[in-house]
Design a protein around this ligand. Structure first.
Ligand code: GDP
Ligand code: MG
Length: 301
């Protein structure tokens, strides 16, 4: 047989918060599945995106950032989820930011210690580097630290080098038939995506005022004849946070709701009636039990 076999496998994206993991995934998938923002730690779930090319299929696993410090249950959860995923994939993409190396990057690098899969170093945000000559010493310094399979400078935002990256990644995957139909770009339920959209609007509206522990639960999702009715619960940790989220005479919440509704309507291509509630769930981020009840299952640890 002269024809090359189809390849398919899992690709993990790891890196400290804010290096551009979600941006990369969004650009490759051409869909806004994962949440991006200037605020670190917006990605708290593993999001799977699927990209099918002629020669193979890439299944991306976006990991939560690996957080330094923090003894709360949610930090422990996120660290476990992020470190276990690298042992269960065919390729690991380790993203760093051009010319920047922090203690957090060092921590993420430590998670790669016993990884058997090839690790590709992606040096992101090269568009921000005016003198490209500065990249070489930076890259060679990081390359001393680990035996990377390859190093690729990219701009996740502008798309520089991403097509080359996709084609290269396919070569690293095992021969397999596609695991997903090529129009199936995510295995996440619509409910999950809806919750993520609302969360993104919260982050964008409130910025640093919003503690990252804030979570969104979809209480009701009902397709009716003319529209889809959605009730979502925004869970915050204190009364003060509740006041902030609601805003003066409910203005903040209204604006969050309007923006989220528009995105949800675009996602499901239906009219949406969205109702948002804010509730104080005091101390939930410090309890393993309530983390589980909110869907942070231990089965991906
Ligand atoms: P994550 O926390 O690793 O998922 O990072 P995000 O994808 O949310 O990106 C964090 C910030 O960096 C956002 O403001 C992005 O727009 C920005 N960003 C990501 N990639 C690039 C890039 O290639 N160039 C520039 N200039 N900014 C980027
Ligand atoms: Mg992210």
């Amino acid at each position: 047989m002269s024809e090359e076999q189809f390849r398919c496998g899992y690709v993990a994206i790891i890196g400290r918060p804010n290096v551009g993991k979600s941006t990369l995934l969004n650009h490759i998938l051409g869909l806004k599945l994962s949440i991006t923002s200037r605020k670190p730690q917006t990605t708290r779930h593993q999001i799977m995106g699927v990209k099918t090319l002629e020669k193979g299929q890439l299944i991306f696993v976006d990991t939560p950032g690996i957080h330094s410090g923090g003894s709360k249950a949610i930090n422990r959860y996120m660290n476990r989820a992020a470190s276990s995923v690298v042992h269960d994939v065919d390729v690991v993409l380790f993203i760093v930011q051009s010319l920047k190396w922090t203690d957090e990057d060092e921590l993420v690098l430590k998670k790669l210690k016993d990884v058997e899969a090839p690790v590709v170093l992606l040096v992101n945000k090269v568009d921000q580097v005016s003198q490209k000559g500065q990249l070489l010493p930076y890259i060679s310094e990081i390359s001393e630290k680990y035996d990377f399979k390859n190093v690729m400078p990219i701009s996740a935002l502008q798309g520089d080098n991403l097509q080359e990256l996709e084609e290269y990644l396919i070569e690293l995957l095992p021969e397999n038939p596609p695991f997903f139909a090529d129009d199936q770009y995510t295995d996440r339920s619509i409910r999950f995506l809806v919750a993520e959209i609302i969360r993104e609007k919260l982050v964008r509206e409130l910025g640093n005022e919003l503690p990252y522990q804030t979570t969104v639960e979809i209480e009701r999702y009902k397709d009716e004849e003319k529209l889809t009715r959605i009730n979502a619960l925004i869970l915050v940790e204190t009364k003060g946070q509740k006041v902030i989220v609601i805003g003066d005479k409910g203005a903040k919440l209204k604006s969050i709701g309007t923006k989220a509704r528009k995105d949800i309507e675009a996602l499901i291509d239906r009219k949406v009636f969205l109702q948002l509630w804010v509730k104080v769930k005091s101390g939930w981020s410090d309890s393993e039990t309530s983390l589980k009840s909110l869907g942070y299952d231990s089965d991906i640890n």
